[in-house]
Design a protein around this ligand. Structure first.
Ligand code: ZN
Length: 341
């Protein structure tokens, strides 16, 4: 039984930084820069024949023609007492909405015919139980479903904005098969903790998780280091050794490795695309040896329901280390995995 690798992309444009005034004001996300980022990711995925999940903030996908109907639906919403839409309102007043809408990105993904279109909310409102009440959460989820249906897309999996997982019953009501869970440890030690973890070249993958509210819980995995700010100090070779370890652990123990990234990280993180390609190169070598399956989130959920994951019930522990088999080692070539261990 092969290990599983899932590539999960949080497609959000400016919605993902809607509450971060400095990042919005820096203006680094533009429509043309977003299009280039999606084109680059799709090109690399095509080279390695790897299918990914592109989870869209549905508002990002609105076309000019759709805006008349949908602008009134982009209502203000308060998250922990602050209006999530305040920077959008400023952009609206200024008459410049570049980076808030990029239907071309959605079209590029859909037209490729290779990838899953998942959902990352309607306005990227964090949906943890503490962030918003059920009325607002329900509105966010229903609006995303409605817009996707208008576009002829059947959403199967959900990626929670900011990885704030909540309101699972409402999510199940919308007919999703599963959701990307938050990693049980990563993120609990702040930005410095996350940074330190990037140096862990013995990182491991995750076990399948029990279902929640009738939904498949997709192990949350790890963010691909985004080469920006302090994160630039992490050598590319270290990041690749870390991912080699994660993938080999998935292979050796029939576990799940998930990589997530925001396409806009390519805009202000030079070298991030090359890292992404480096991880895909490792994964495709493992796939060639039949020891790793690269699947979308929806495919993972379908496999889970068919009983593959349930046949290996385990806890959510993440500390188990792995030793590669000779077959896996040879698939990886001479520069690894010995050095990674
Ligand atoms: Zn996001």
């Amino acid at each position: 039984m092969p290990g599983t690798f899932i590539i999960s992309l949080d497609c959000e444009g400016k919605w993902g930084i809607a509450d971060r005034d400095n990042r919005i004001e820096s203006g680094f996300i533009t429509r043309s820069a977003l299009i280039r980022a999606y084109e680059s990711l799709l090109r690399v995925l095509s080279v390695y024949e790897a299918s990914a999940t592109f989870a869209f903030v549905m508002a990002l996908t609105l076309t000019k023609n759709e805006l008349d109907d949908w602008m009134p639906r982009l209502t203000d919403v308060h998250v922990e007492g602050v209006n999530w839409m305040r920077n959008f309102r400023r952009a609206e007043a200024a008459g410049y909405l570049g980076g808030w809408f990029c239907p071309e990105a959605f079209d590029l993904v859909r037209d490729s015919g290779l990838h899953e279109i998942g959902c990352h909310g309607f306005r990227h409102v964090p949906l943890g139980n503490c962030e918003v009440g059920s009325e607002e959460a329900g509105y966010e989820l229903r609006s995303a479903t409605e817009l996707a249906k208008r576009k002829g897309v059947d959403l199967k999996t959900f990626v929670f904005p900011r990885n704030c997982v909540g309101h699972l019953g409402l999510l199940a009501d919308q007919g999703y098969a599963g959701f990307r869970n938050a990693h049980p440890i990563v993120g609990r030690h702040g930005r410095l903790g996350n940074l330190a973890r990037e140096f862990n070249i013995r990182e491991v993958s995750q076990d399948p998780e029990p279902s929640a509210s009738g939904l498949v819980s997709i192990p949350g995995g790890y963010f691909l280091n985004w080469r920006q700010g302090l994160r630039r100090v992490i050598p590319e070779a270290v990041t690749l050794m870390r991912w080699r370890s994660i993938l080999i652990d998935a292979v050796a123990n029939d576990r799940v490795a998930l990589l997530y990234l925001h396409p806009h990280n390519l805009i202000d993180g030079p070298g991030t695309l090359e890292l992404f390609e480096g991880v895909l190169r490792i994964a495709s070598q493992l796939r060639e040896s039949k020891s790793l399956a690269i699947v979308t989130q929806a495919e993972y959920c379908a496999g889970f329901v068919q009983g593959r994951a349930n046949s290996h019930p385990r806890s959510n522990g993440t500390t188990q280390s792995a030793q590669p088999t000779p077959k896996e080692a040879s698939a990886l070539g001479s520069d690894a995995p010995g050095e990674a261990w």
